[in-house]
Design a protein around this ligand. Structure first.
Ligand SMILES: Nc1nc2c(ncn2[C@@H]2O[C@H](COP(=O)(O)OP(=O)(O)O)[C@@H](O)[C@H]2O)c(=O)[nH]1
Ligand SMILES: [Mg+2]
Length: 324
């Protein structure tokens, strides 16, 4: 069975697939359109074709290093396996992207065995941390968990109110501190509350000031230290929130956060607002981190666990419908 049919099969068993697809609409239309254009002048896998393919990948924000890797692999496979038709080549392309994503192991999320599971949200301002905190809270609640939030972004006026409002709507506790207070103190209060009230999941929304790496590092390591003192092994996850529309900029942001703290996963927001969904592949290849969730809109329900099969199916669905 070819890769397209395999993806299609996996995809058709998925719940909620239409919402997933509509969230990726921009990326999916653009990518398929551009790949289809390559078919027009296709005479075989030659230099001109590989160059055009490279451009399509770059336009999808896959990034130069990763794009080059993909193009090289497609070229090698095409030679080794004597791939001639455009259909074969596009299957080979998708397969290569899939393999690239899957070469790295992923530790799935699990709740702490004892006591609260603590998740810290990090990322620059505007990336979607607060919104995603609320979306995650809702998902964990739907999983039958007792959830609470901590407004540890004490630096931005309005940030605390924003999280408090979301938490009210979800009817869950939100621990906050004074404006300009110590975010670590908020987290300590929140951890204690979580233990006393047998909360299952505590999500800490932090500030994302990137201006000064040393300060960021100090602040994040203090947060981790105080949380660990309250709850052994916490924080269990540190999720870096990246805005997909910032493209390759997001990669450099991520590198700074990874140097300053132990990031365990990525949440890619605003996938609905970009035609450059290829950033997912670049993140995996360059940073080695798994994309845990993707944001597909501004409402509380617009967060989906990321899975590479569905994502790639989404990217090439229009291609399939056209060709087969
Ligand atoms: N379209 C879209 N907008 C989003 C998504 N996630 C967050 N936003 C919007 O991005 C803006 C910044 O989000 P916010 O959570 O305040 O970012 P923070 O500064 O990192 O806490 C808000 O207007 C959100 O509604 C998403 O997945 N899709
Ligand atoms: Mg915020």
């Amino acid at each position: 069975m070819g890769i397209f049919s395999k993806l299609k099969q996996t995809f058709s068993g998925k719940e909620d697939k239409d919402r997933y697809l509509s969230g990726l609409d921009k990326s999916k239309k653009t990518f398929a359109q551009r790949i289809r254009k390559l078919a027009l002048g296709f005479t075989g896998v030659n230099e001109a074709f590989l160059e055009d393919l490279m451009i399509v990948l770059l336009e999808a924000d896959i990034g130069i290093k990763t794009a080059q890797k993909i193009v090289d692999q497609v070229e090698t496979k095409a030679m080794d396996q004597h791939l001639k038709s455009f259909d074969q080549i596009s299957e080979c392309l998708i397969e290569t992207m899939l393999e690239l994503y899957q070469t790295k192991e992923e530790r799935p999320f699990s709740y702490a065995e004892n006591g609260p599971t603590v998740i810290l949200m990090v990322g620059v301002n505007g990336s979607g941390k607060t919104t995603t905190t609320a979306k995650l809270a809702k998902r964990f609640m739907e999983d039958g968990k007792r959830v609470m939030t901590a407004a540890a972004d004490t630096f931005r006026a309005g940030a605390v109110d924003q999280l408090e409002n979301w938490s009210k709507r979800l009817d869950i506790p939100c621990i906050k501190g004074r404006e300009n207070g110590d975010p670590s103190a908020v987290l300590v209060d929140a951890c204690r509350y979580a233990k006393e009230h047998h909360v299952d999941v505590l999500i800490g929304d932090t500030a994302g000031r990137l201006q000064n790496k040393t300060n960021l590092m100090k602040e994040l390591s203090k947060m981790k230290r105080v949380v660990e003192k309250e709850i052994p092994n916490a924080p269990h996850e540190v999720w870096l929130v990246l805005d997909a529309t910032t493209g390759q900029n997001g990669i450099s942001q991520a590198q700074i956060f990874m140097e300053t703290t132990n990031v365990t996963g990525i949440i890619l927001t605003k996938m609905d607002g970009t035609a450059k969904g290829g950033i997912v592949i670049a993140i995996r290849d360059l940073l080695g981190l798994p994309v845990k969730y993707i944001g597909l809109g501004e409402s509380m329900d617009d967060l989906r666990p990321f899975d590479i099969d569905t994502y790639l199916y989404g990217l090439c669905e229009d291609l399939l419908e056209h060709e087969h």
